[in-house]
Design a protein around this ligand. Structure first.
Ligand code: IYR
Length: 215
């Protein structure tokens, strides 16, 4: 057995807890996925703190099976855009089913991904699997998914715009970023500020009674 230390206690009174969670929910509801970025730079320190928040996520057997690669180099961003657009062309022209394209239609997405170059930074999140220096992880998708949730919340806290982009397949990212085979791309997150003329689709979230069941 590993050594133990006293559990942290935060002692938030119930009234205060309700206020805090309501405010947090209202704040998170204001986050929107952005697809049109300006080139305004993001301080690296902010990204560092956001990744630090992400890396506190719970994970299977506490193996923390994630790697965050922050890309600001214009040449690397250009290569990533080229690789992603090649996959996306295939997706939109051949791979996607009619049903899938119909589901995407309200978002107005297509194979052009200029945000991969214009956004100040790209955070490429990798799952870390068993390799020469890394153990077999457990619940990788769940663990990395939670970490990405923390990451998006932290970046929103900084007033930054994000997009969760998943070109598929994403293997080309290993080659461009020089990552070993045991690291598998999970998502690409452009981070920055919306362009002056950025708009978002006028879509809404499901009402609470459709997503929350009390038994
Ligand atoms: N990866 C493609 C397609 C796409 C798929 C889903 I599901 C989305 O919510 C949005 C886009 C693209 O990035 O265009």
């Amino acid at each position: 057995m590993i050594e133990t230390v006293p559990a942290p206690r935060f002692d938030v009174p119930p009234d205060e807890a309700a206020v805090r969670t309501r405010e947090f929910a209202d704040w998170m509801a204001r986050r929107r996925t952005i697809r049109d970025f300006s080139d305004r730079p993001v301080p690296y320190e902010v990204i560092e703190h956001a990744v630090r928040a992400a890396a506190t996520a719970p994970s299977g057997a506490n193996l923390q099976p994630w790697r965050f690669v922050v890309v600001t180099d214009p040449e690397a961003k250009r290569e990533i855009r080229e690789g992603a657009e090649a996959e996306e062309r295939e997706f939109y022209q051949r791979r996607a089913s009619e049903e899938w394209l119909e589901a995407l239609a309200p978002l107005g997405t297509d194979e052009h991904k200029p945000f991969l170059e214009t956004a100040s930074a790209l955070i490429v999140v990798f799952e870390v699997h068993k390799g020469p220096h890394t153990p077999r992880p457990y619940y990788v998708k769940e663990s990395v998914g939670i970490a990405v949730g923390f990451l998006l919340a932290a970046l929103h806290q900084a007033g930054l715009a994000t997009l969760t982009h998943t070109p598929s397949p994403m293997q080309f990212l290993n080659q461009i970023l020089g990552r070993p085979a045991e690291e598998r791309p999970y998502v690409v997150i452009p981070v920055g500020y919306p362009s002056d003329d950025a708009v978002v689709p006028n879509i809404s979230r499901k009402p609470l009674d459709e997503v929350l069941v009390r038994v």
